[in-house]
Design a protein around this ligand. Structure first.
Ligand SMILES: [Zn+2]
Length: 126
């Protein structure tokens, strides 16, 4: 089967869950699988940050409706994405390149860097 993304002629050798309940699986090439996974996790992180702002720290999930919305935009090449540092860690975690402790530390360091940047931005504004 071909990769589900329009214009991509590679084999869709990886299975992507568009939704889990009900289970809907579509074929993707590995590059596009990395990208849609990154897009979904960016959405989760965005939502998590919005919730945090509201004082809610519970588990964050994106709805099926949202997942389909992102999926159609994605297969029609309407979402541009960038594999971020965090995404790379999570992707490579699957290849067990890093231990869980490494990942947690890298994540923490990345958060600290973001905070430092924020502080710096606020200082330069003053
Ligand atoms: Zn593809």
């Amino acid at each position: 089967m071909k990769c589900s993304v329009n214009g991509c002629n590679l084999q869709g050798l990886e299975n992507h869950h568009v939704t889990y309940i009900p289970e809907v699986i579509k074929p993707l090439c590995s590059e596009h699988h990395r990208k849609i996974t990154a897009i979904n996790s960016h959405e989760v992180r965005k939502k998590h940050n919005r919730n945090k702002y509201k004082g809610y720290f519970g588990e964050v999930k994106i709805s099926n409706k949202q997942r389909w919305f992102l999926w159609y935009k994605f297969i029609n090449n309407e979402i541009k994405t960038r594999i971020s540092f965090l995404d790379k860690i999570f992707i490579e975690e699957g290849n067990s390149k890093y231990s869980l402790i490494d990942i947690v530390n890298m994540k923490r360091r990345n958060e600290e860097k973001k905070e430092e940047k924020k502080d710096l931005n606020e200082k330069t504004k003053e």
